[in-house]
Design a protein around this ligand. Sequence first.
Ligand SMILES: Cc1cc2nc3c(=O)[nH]c(=O)nc-3n(C[C@H](O)[C@H](O)[C@H](O)COP(=O)(O)OP(=O)(O)OC[C@H]3O[C@@H](n4cnc5c(N)ncnc54)[C@H](O)[C@@H]3O)c2cc1C
Length: 304
Amino acid sequence: MEKLVIIGSGCAGMGAAIYAARGGLSPLVIEGTQPGGQITTTSMVENFPGFADGIDGFGLVWSMRSQAEKFGARIVNAVVEDVDFSGSAKKIFCSGGQVFEAEKVVIATGASSKMIGAKNEMELFGGKGVSTCATCDGAFYRGKDVVIVGGGDSACEEAVFLTKFASSVKLIHRRDELRASKIMAGRIMQNEKITPVWNSVVKEILIGSDGKCAGVKVENVKDGSVSEIPCSGVFVAIGHKPNTNVFSGKVDMDEEGYIKPKSGTFVCTNVENVFVAGDCSDKRYRQAITAAALGAMAGIEATR
Ligand SMILES: Cc1cc2nc3c(=O)[nH]c(=O)nc-3n(C[C@H](O)[C@H](O)[C@H](O)COP(=O)(O)OP(=O)(O)OC[C@H]3O[C@@H](n4cnc5c(N)ncnc54)[C@H](O)[C@@H]3O)c2cc1C
């Protein structure tokens, strides 16, 4: 039986692996379909402490991985399809029929951004003009025109944040009013840099001669008219979905599927010896440093 299995190989999984490996647990990390997690999709991380000149996302998480392996973590390529946490031996059923048993488990499966499905969206994602994280990428658009897609509280918060850098922010929303709270909506309407584009959906992201985003093609859902908005960046802010389906009914979750840490703790679930870390439980901060830190806490708890 394994002492500790960590499900997920992003910043949270690696934070847990480094601490648990140094604590002598020789953890087994199940890496899933995205080895290294979401951070591998960005070419430049400028806000991870310790890298004054920035570092590419892949390099960052791969060096965490080497650090974890150096202390005895083992990484296997598999995807968890089901779990049984009812007994003291936690059972983890993986793709290809592999089954692992462990005394303790850290769930670090992250979250996926919902995408709009516009033409060229994925081609330009992560460094070429399409982003799902204003906190991460807003500073790359200093003095540029950007659009943000969405109408909820986080879209509005991100739109306001983007005005610190961008010269203009067009907020594209499929309805004619924001879903955000009144206070947030008020901030949008009063901000001179933000212009709402109502009743509209982005159909295509236009590619410039440099291979990067040059604008968006937008359709008005009321009258079907199509127009183009020139811009250097498109921020998609229509929500996230935690990657937690396989844990449904096995640990406490909130109504959106985020795993709920026990009250008064950051990383302990309602099931003894099952811990959680990173974006699959944290819907507020969603950063590499916060995920790694929660991973570290889970690794410490597992070692204790
Ligand atoms: C484009 C982009 C740019 C970003 N830029 C920055 C930035 O500049 N600075 C910053 O701090 N943050 C940035 N972020 C946010 C940061 O990447 C995330 O907050 C962080 O990666 C979350 O780490 P995590 O380990 O919780 O989850 P993830 O990185 O999502 O990792 C989840 C892991 O779980 C695995 N997994 C999922 N389901 C299963 C399963 N069923 N079985 C096994 N494994 C599974 C996946 O394969 C993956 O390895 C960016 C995010 C994106 C998308």
